[in-house]
Design a protein around this ligand. Sequence first.
Ligand SMILES: [Zn+2]
Length: 469
Amino acid sequence: MNPSPSVIIILADGARPDVLAAALQSGELPALARLRTEGGLHTITTAFPSVTGPAYAPFLTGKHPGSVGLPGLRWYDRARAACGWPSYARSYIGPQCLLLDDDLALDAETMFELAASSIGALSVIRRGLPQSRRIGSGAAFLARTTITHFRGNVSGWLNIDRNIGNTFVRRVRDEHPQFAFAAFTGIDKASHAFGHDSPMVHEAMQVVDDVCSRLRKDAEHAGSWGSTHLWVVSDHGHSRVTMHEDLAGFVASLGFKVVAHPWIVRPGAQVAVAVSGNAMAHIYTGLESRTRRFWPALAERWGDAADALISRESVDVMMLPLSESSCEVRARGRGHAVVSWSDSQYAYHPVSGDPFGTGERDYMSEADAFDATIHSCYPDAIVQVARLSSCARSGDIILSAAREWDFRARYEPIRHVSSHGALHREHMLVPLLTNKPISGTARRTVDVMASACTVLGLSPAQVEGTPFI
Ligand SMILES: [Zn+2]
């Protein structure tokens, strides 16, 4: 018997709200459909970049990725403070995923640090989670997942999900943690390989359904279902990709010495290209400088390169940080605007065009900025641009790919027909399925941790979300 409240977050990595809703309707996910009936299914926005790793930060730190020092799945350490010689580059694919906790801003508090007891399965953010409370970690597990990744073995990922699910269900039942988090990556892997509505995506959703069914049964049996908050969420969507830009190759063709994964050591390199997802990228210019510089001062040396990039068919939106509190946004063929922000207010000023299509907007709260964009092609783009541009580790040029495109033509082990990472709607909208009705408005994935803290009576020093409970 466990009458005190608990929160279980199931992260169905890569699940799209429309695909999930259709599957619930068709009856193939009975446990999740029951949650929707008794609680609710909401569509919220993830964080930019909409990519696994950074986009886990809202659920586990209550902050946007840029606010906790995770600007991308790959990034370049201009300051040479976090990443070591000789590359000064980071990629959370492979063994460097173990370094993500060290990269997290020191003042970021994780749910694992705040909760009295917790369990985390396949979480890339683990700060505060004792080794004994981690499921799917350790060298042997990492080796297995790395091999599965580089072989592009999607059914291997689904088996990993099943195994993780079995252990997670057993440990939640036996240990009754106050907070439990489990990530299931099968939907994402299947989407990349076969498309976001492929049969294997549905098979991966059924793994999640089965886990939720068993969590519920156990909690009902223990008499704790009434005090259990079970939330199923996702960290990004997916959309079809048919064309792959060799972004690093293109920047090199402009006459620059470029470093990009996997070839990250190159003496005398001038530009670093760091792709995430693969539909977004950070480009770092003038690598000899260890301090961040802003536009338009960069224009003299790098302006032509920026012009060349925005004219590429693969580029949809380009962001050029102007200061600690403003960023130029250019859209290919649709002119440019300036996003500016202070602690709690946002503004959007069209200059030569209106890339986000909202018209002039001033003095917006975070909620206003959300409402201004949620029905557009770029949901929550104003706040997301502000948060990522604010990150000292972000590139001098930030790109969001055009539909059907991504930015990594070479060195991808998995054949991929679908991508994510960008600002557009298909990547930014994610589901939030709750087992009880919510009383407030669920907008962003940062609201999830804020709500978990409310349920559990925890008081984090600062979160960027607003509770929906
Ligand atoms: Zn992915």
